[in-house]
Design a protein around this ligand. Structure first.
Ligand code: URA
Length: 444
């Protein structure tokens, strides 16, 4: 490679080209990602390129090429031994988002095979693996052949994502995190889609959250991200669909691992919160259509509602738990089986009126303080800790009435968590307009 005053000319030219707002070729993007992953391209040059992308953006074609370069930086999971169309789902993360716990058994009960690789939680949002691991004995580390066998026999398996998936994204994300370049829509889309595509599904449904508790604060940005991700998976020869959903308040009432498992079981039994049920039906309808199990979303919804009514979805969750070593008694005796907290404290409202605002992110952080989440990836979590939200947007509240119930095993966390919860609620005298849960749907 030619050198110009000690600088690698090709990388320099690519940075300059992007800084000037031109579109990069597939070769240039492959060269950058391969060189960065191998360590040949240093962090300082990649940081400059990231900042150029942040300001100049990327075309859909560039973003597809970036995504595929990151997919090819590691292993791709071969799901071809699983019969039928595999449909995955990805959520951009929210507070109280236990959707996968309900959705995975629900769609599996309707015949869509679920071969799910999930992550752990970090910061104010929780991860599916942590939630499932609050069920005593539940194992998320199945060997590959057992994972495939489980999906072919019972139709469902949920395991942890391995480090060999899209290593370029892992390295790039760490750099974005310290260079103020995380919140770039093409970089986010490439990052999410590279991991999802490497996990081997034939079709992917995205749940892009928007609002105070979400990564995408504005609905326009959320829609833009959703459309771009659907374009990327289609560009990769797969099928895609998306929902933009509200995260201006926690989803359902439970926030925290074992509390969320209990709420998921209630929902599978047909008794859960309306917003969680509705989101699962919306995402599930898209999944059934993509999986070829329904002609359209209306027909899909009928099958899903039926699987909830007959108990087939709950029974599929029991199959998942027992197949992965979990204590299946949790289905009928969740209170007795799941870890529960020693210290419970209500946080009262200081005034009467209607709940007009709940800062979901603060509720997520409060739950993390109580022990339910991780500040850094090496923190341990307390499966029993969390928050039960008792008042949601539009609800009437009297002075002194509890807004939430805090659950923890560490008394010292109660005060800071309570303060944060208090500051997250606003009460008004007029009944507010409650934001719509499903804001946009992008069908296949
Ligand atoms: N989640 C990801 O996986 N990547 C991003 O860039 C942002 C959120």
């Amino acid at each position: 490679m030619e050198k110009k005053r000690g600088v690698d000319v090709r990388v320099y030219d690519i940075i300059l080209k992007k800084r000037r707002g031109y579109e990069l070729s597939k070769d240039e993007i492959d060269f950058l990602i391969t060189g960065f992953t191998s360590g040949d391209i240093p962090d300082y040059q990649m940081s400059a390129w990231l900042m150029a992308v942040f300001f100049q953006g990327m075309s859909v074609e560039e973003t597809c090429n970036l995504t595929m370069a990151m997919v090819h930086s590691g292993e791709s999971v071969d799901l071809s031994h699983i019969r039928d169309v595999k449909v995955d789902k990805h959520s951009t993360g929210g507070v109280g988002d236990k959707t996968t716990l309900v959705l995975a058994p629900l769609v599996a009960a309707c015949g869509v095979p679920v071969a799910k690789m999930s992550g752990r939680g970090l910061g104010h949002t929780g991860g599916t693996l942590d939630k499932l691991e609050s069920i005593p004995g539940f194992c998320v580390d199945l060997p590959k052949d057992e994972f495939i066998k489980a999906v072919n026999t019972i139709g469902i398996a949920v395991v942890g994502q391995t480090a060999s998936i899209a290593p370029a994204d892992k390295k790039l994300y760490a750099l974005r995190d310290v260079t103020a370049t995380v919140d770039s829509i093409p970089l986010i889309a490439g990052s999410i889609c590279s991991k999802k595509l490497a996990c081997g599904a034939d079709a992917i449904v995205f749940d892009v959250k928007t609002g105070k508790g979400a990564f995408m604060k504005s609905e326009d940005d959320a829609l833009c991200l959703a459309e771009l991700m659907v374009d990327i998976v289609r560009g990769a020869g797969k099928r895609g669909a998306a929902v933009v959903s509200d995260m201006n308040q926690p989803l359902g009432y439970a926030v925290g691992n074992s509390l969320e498992v209990m709420e998921a079981i209630d929902t599978l039994r047909g008794e859960g919160p309306e917003d969680l049920r509705e989101l699962c039906l919306s995402l599930g309808s898209l999944m059934l259509v993509l999986g070829g199990k329904a002609k359209n979303t209306e027909e899909a919804r009928i099958s899903l509602v039926n699987a909830l009514k007959t108990g087939a979805a709950l029974s599929k969750f029991a199959d998942l738990i027992s197949n992965q070593g979990g204590d299946v008694r949790v289905i009928d005796a969740a209170d007795a089986v799941l870890p529960s907290a020693r210290c419970l404290e209500a946080v009262p409202s200081v005034q009467s009126g209607y709940i007009s605002e709940i800062d979901a992110e603060k509720i997520g952080v409060a739950s993390m303080i109580l022990g339910a989440g991780r500040r850094t990836k090496d923190d341990t979590i307390d499966p029993a800790a969390g928050i039960i939200v008792l008042k949601k947007l539009g609800d009437k509240v009297d002075e002194g009435e509890p807004l939430v119930m805090l659950h923890t095993n560490n008394w010292d966390t109660l005060e800071p968590a309570a303060e944060l919860v208090m500051s997250s609620y606003k009460v008004s005298q007029d009944k507010p307009v409650v934001p719509q849960l499903i804001k946009q749907v992008i069908e296949d």
